[in-house]
Design a protein around this ligand. Structure first.
Ligand SMILES: Nc1[nH]c(=O)nc2c1ncn2[C@H]1C[C@H](O)[C@@H](COP(=O)(O)OP(=O)(O)OP(=O)(O)O)O1
Length: 153
């Protein structure tokens, strides 16, 4: 099972997403983040990834969720989800990511992973959650999901 992180910065009624240029989910909008490296904590990972992908810092970072993705019968990725209430610096386009701010009531769910419409609204509402999402073998279609809210991390 691959461990990874995601962060959604939410500042002044807008959420910062990236159009991913390569890797898993390339072409989709997503929160910045990536795979946890050996010896790294999830928190260290999210700060490194956000700096690498957007050249910004995060502040007031809170863990809000854990997501378990399964492709077919195989575990695919376990993702630690963070929400940041502030950033430092101006998001820049890099060879990994193109940043874009969206109003929190205008999130582009049709251009995101299909699970996102189930958990991103909870993050935006200030809820905490765990979720398990089962896709087909290729990871294209979401076949089933279960979530819990009000989880302590
Ligand atoms: N179903 C899903 N829904 C979602 O919102 N984010 C998902 C997801 N499945 C994977 N992700 C995210 C989690 C994590 O932030 C990211 C992992 O993508 P990558 O493997 O491209 O990561 P890296 O940036 O570490 O890649 P490389 O450095 O290119 O190996 O994709």
């Amino acid at each position: 099972m691959q461990d990874a992180t995601l962060c959604l910065p939410v500042v002044d009624g807008r959420v910062l997403l990236i159009r991913k240029k390569r890797g898993v989910g390339a072409g989709l909008y997503n929160g910045p983040g990536g795979k946890i490296e050996p010896g790294e904590t999830p928190r260290e990972c999210i700060h490194r990834e956000v700096n690498e992908e957007l050249r910004i810092g995060l502040s007031e970072v809170e863990k809000v969720g854990e997501l378990d993705f399964v492709f077919g019968d195989d575990p695919f990725m376990f993702v630690h989800v963070y929400r940041a209430s502030d950033i430092s610096g101006e998001p820049e386009e890099t060879d990994e990511a193109d940043p874009k701010w969206f109003d929190t009531d205008d999130v582009p769910y049709d251009e995101m992973w299909p699970d996102d419409r189930h958990w991103v609204p909870k993050l935006l509402d200030g809820e905490t959650f765990t979720g398990r999402f089962r896709f087909d073998d290729e990871g294209d279609d979401l076949l089933g999901w279960a979530m819990r809210t009000d989880v302590e991390f």
